[in-house]
Design a protein around this ligand. Sequence first.
Ligand SMILES: Cc1cc2nc3c(=O)[nH]c(=O)nc-3n(C[C@H](O)[C@H](O)[C@H](O)COP(=O)(O)OP(=O)(O)OC[C@H]3O[C@@H](n4cnc5c(N)ncnc54)[C@H](O)[C@@H]3O)c2cc1C
Ligand SMILES: NC(=O)c1ccc[n+]([C@@H]2O[C@H](COP(=O)([O-])OP(=O)(O)OC[C@H]3O[C@@H](n4cnc5c(N)ncnc54)[C@H](O)[C@@H]3O)[C@@H](O)[C@H]2O)c1
Length: 453
Amino acid sequence: MKHYDLVVLGAGSGNMLLGPETAHLRTAIVEPARFGGTCLNRGCIPSKMFVVAADAATTARSAKRLGVHATVDHVDWKAIRDRVFGRIDPLHDSAVAYRRLAMDVYTEPARFVSPTVVEVGSQRISSDSFVVAVGARPVVPAIPGLEDVPFHTSDTIMRIEEVPESLVIVGGGFIAAELGYVFGALGSSVTIVQRGPRLLPQEDEQVSARFTELAAERHRLLLNTEVMSVEARGHGVAVHVAGAAGREPGETVEAAALLIAVGRRPNTDRLDAAAAGLDLDEHGHIVTDDAYRTSVPRIWSLGDATNHFQLKHMANAEVRVVRHNLLHPDDIRTLSPRLVPHAVFSDPQIASVGLTERQARERGIDCLIGVRDYADTAYGWALEDTTGFVKVLADPRDRTLIGAHIIGPQAATLIQPLIQAMTLGLTADRIAREVLYIHPALTEVVEQALLAL
Ligand SMILES: Cc1cc2nc3c(=O)[nH]c(=O)nc-3n(C[C@H](O)[C@H](O)[C@H](O)COP(=O)(O)OP(=O)(O)OC[C@H]3O[C@@H](n4cnc5c(N)ncnc54)[C@H](O)[C@@H]3O)c2cc1C
Ligand SMILES: NC(=O)c1ccc[n+]([C@@H]2O[C@H](COP(=O)([O-])OP(=O)(O)OC[C@H]3O[C@@H](n4cnc5c(N)ncnc54)[C@H](O)[C@@H]3O)[C@@H](O)[C@H]2O)c1
């Protein structure tokens, strides 16, 4: 049996762990699918490349509010898709070839046999240390009939042959918000079936209410609605739903395509984690401490396999910590994810960090709240924006920021100085008054929200 110093399971974020610092170790990496994992091949990166194309179409269609009359003549989906994946797909082969120069690469899924041995296809390999970075996959809910109809998840829909004339999306979270926007802007008639009363329910309520209101202007939203069953109809699907207030139970929505986007679950169920003695939580995540040590000595875990955030910037930070800890066992670093920001790249964009207003109240914090509309600032006028806003929350005891939520153009970029300020523990007054904000940039809306506290 071949023996290594370090074996990494999963070449998504796990691939980034290996570099010059680990070159002195006998290493191997196991990846049954594509190097780069979810983010590169079927997640963050392709989805944002499609979002930019959707933004171009949306900008053209909405330019008449500025006095510029434009129309979208034609969306060449295949050209967009091939541009996106023409850039992404070659990276797998080059990554494999590059890794093979320095280490063994295994291309079948790994399963633990014991805390020091994994089975990869017909081989067994042993290692002093393992890093488990096997990621997550889309949840496929137990909807009657689903197994008998063609359906997509985020893994497949970005590679389809044509934009479906109509699309039903089950789920109202990140993926529904982003890919619903993409396919809507590029030509589909989109229906979103969400079991709760709002889209993006994890956002601050004011933000998610505004987003739901705006999404309802371009998609058909079936809120508080359950999918009862699905069946094939013509070249597409018929989705039977029930439960929405004010509508008859038994309504059927027909569409050319179906996208299931109800969350993601860790791939740990396919790893025989028990054979290694790894503790899992009730959602199947590998339990680690703040240093990313699992319950088994010399087995580490990172990314979607272990954290609940399921965000790439979190996995990236974890890679740095795990790499350091592997190499410096006498100087263990930790990562306490006190502040994990996120953004939703839809139209409008959303970005958020820290507590929502409801979470602050649940913790007994009678927080100060500053809200400013984009429309109150010069650049907001230039954009003719009427719906975006910045909301900041501060602790009344010391006026430090405890939450920030933005909905509107460039929200994901605008929030960054607030993330910095919160991470560094600055008071709202310091970032509002001791910093100059470039006039008349959109950042003035952040300044104004802070001054409103
Ligand atoms: C559509 C979509 C859009 C997203 N957009 C964003 C975004 O804009 N911003 C953001 O921060 N996050 C985004 N995410 C989330 C982000 O992609 C993930 O958080 C991130 O990819 C997690 O990295 P990871 O390394 O933990 O897992 P992965 O990247 O999934 O890598 C895990 C790897 O392990 C391999 N593997 C699985 N089982 C085994 C096994 N038994 N043995 C060996 N290898 C195995 C898999 O094949 C995979 O390549 C998005 C996700 C999706 C689905
Ligand atoms: N911009 C980003 O950072 C980004 C983008 C896409 C995905 N992601 C990651 O991928 C994860 C998965 O995204 P997602 O959109 O699949 O999940 P999600 O957890 O964001 O949302 C799932 C939604 O589906 C609803 N739902 C669950 N079961 C349902 C059912 N049977 N019928 C109707 N609605 C149902 C839930 O109420 C929830 O609102 C995200 O949590 C996020 O971590 C991140």
